[in-house]
Design a protein around this ligand. Structure first.
Ligand code: NAD
Length: 355
């Protein structure tokens, strides 16, 4: 197959869908790769590196498969043909009009967000690979914004206590945030409404926060269900004391297809010490903190810094692209057989229709 790699054109998208290492593997399997000039520039991959790995620099939109990161812009959609297979993060739930436009071209589109979370598809699971980047990066941002140390220090000038970090939501991003904060020496507490993650949190050396009276909220596919208003109140009340003790809160809680649950009310932010930091990884879905402004960083009157990043993987474009490119490689290796459950699960447009 010929696989095309366009240059991502959104200002805040630095990643590229394929990297030279993956070009080599695709070439070894007799595929051809065509990259748009400058496609890897913002992920530190020069055109020469692509060419050295066996890619051509040319028009990616003329290829059978077009591999993107972000959803295509209008003029990119206009380049799709009825026999194109488009793969990328297509935001199927948040961008129905965009999907309709892709469907109208007759192209087959696979949304990386819809790759089933089953063992066989783990190597294609781009949500997980990119969430790993976000969880890691969120903690590093918090550590540089916090005017305090993460680890405990015993020095001749006195003893510094370790930072208290609270991680809300312990899926892929949350567990990575917990692991990263532990590596930096903080005392970490994790919380999730799926009881299954308790052991995972503890195995990383963090405490699991128990909310008395709140049962397991695991739903189909291992995801969380949305809590009832009563359960949400129970959770907020139980967590408010822990929030007040925290120097850093990293939130990652999401429920598929729903706005992000509001776990941190404004009153809890008021209860935090000045200088404390909240990094809200759910900003894109509206935020887990009532005060989060998606895409912005600001300091409250009480001195708490609230950061609502929109695309952290893009800030670590080099490794985020490498991991994503491996996900795409696995998908190409699987082939695009529509009867395969991974392919059919990820397919969002086919034969002129949104499916
Ligand atoms: P996600 O990004 O959808 O959500 C993040 C976390 O927020 C989840 O752990 C969820 O339980 C939690 N959450 C939701 N509402 C909450 C609330 N009110 N309070 C606290 N926490 C709340 O999750 P994810 O990282 O995509 O993982 C979702 C599931 O998929 C997990 O069970 C994970 O183990 C599973 N998974 C499977 C595979 C695979 O087999 N291929 C790969 C990755 C993840």
């Amino acid at each position: 197959m010929r696989i095309g790699v366009p240059k991502e054109r959104l200002e805040r998208e630095r990643r590229v869908a394929i990297v030279p290492d993956v070009v080599r593997r695709l070439r070894a399997a007799e595929h051809e790769v065509v990259v748009e000039a400058g496609a890897g520039e913002r992920a530190n991959v020069a055109d020469d590196a692509f060419v050295a790995a066996g890619a051509e620099v040319g028009d990616p939109w003329a290829c059978e498969v077009v591999a993107k990161v972000a959803p295509p812009l209008d003029d990119e959609v206009a380049r799709l043909r009825s026999d194109t297979i488009l793969v990328g993060f297509l935001n199927p739930l948040g961008n129905p009009a965009g999907l309709e436009a892709i469907a109208a071209t007759g192209a087959t589109a696979l949304a990386m967000e819809k790759i089933p979370r089953i063992s066989r598809a783990q190597s294609m699971d781009a949500l997980s690979s990119q969430a790993t980047v976000s969880g890691y990066r969120a903690v590093l941002i918090a550590s540089t914004e916090l005017p305090r140390f993460f680890p405990m220090f015993m020095t001749a000038a006195g003893t510094v206590p370790p930072a208290q970090v609270l991680v809300l939501g312990a899926g892929v991003a949350g567990l990575q945030a917990i692991a990263t904060a532990r590596r930096l020496g903080a005392v970490v507490t994790g919380f999730d409404i799926r009881s299954a993650v308790k052991e995972q949190i503890q195995s990383l050396g963090a405490k699991f926060f128990e909310v008395e009276g709140l049962g397991d909220a695991e739903a189909a596919g291992g995801y969380a269900r949305e809590l009832t208003p009563e359960e949400q109140q129970l959770q907020r009340d139980a967590l408010s004391v822990q929030m007040g003790k925290s120097d850093v809160i990293v939130t990652t809680a999401l429920v598929p297809g729903r706005p992000a649950p509001k776990l941190i009310p404004a009153s809890a932010v008021e209860g935090m010490k000045a200088g404390s930091v909240i990094v809200d990884l759910a900003a894109e879905a509206g935020g887990n903190c009532e005060l989060t402004r998606p895409g912005e960083t600001f300091v409250t009157d009480g001195g708490v810094k609230i950061i609502g990043p929109l695309n952290l993987p893009s800030e670590m474009a080099e490794h985020a692209s490498s991991l994503y490119a491996r996900n795409i490689l696995s998908l190409v290796e699987l082939g695009f057989d529509p009867s395969d459950e991974v392919v059919s699960g990820a397919t969002v447009t086919r034969d002129g229709k949104v499916v």
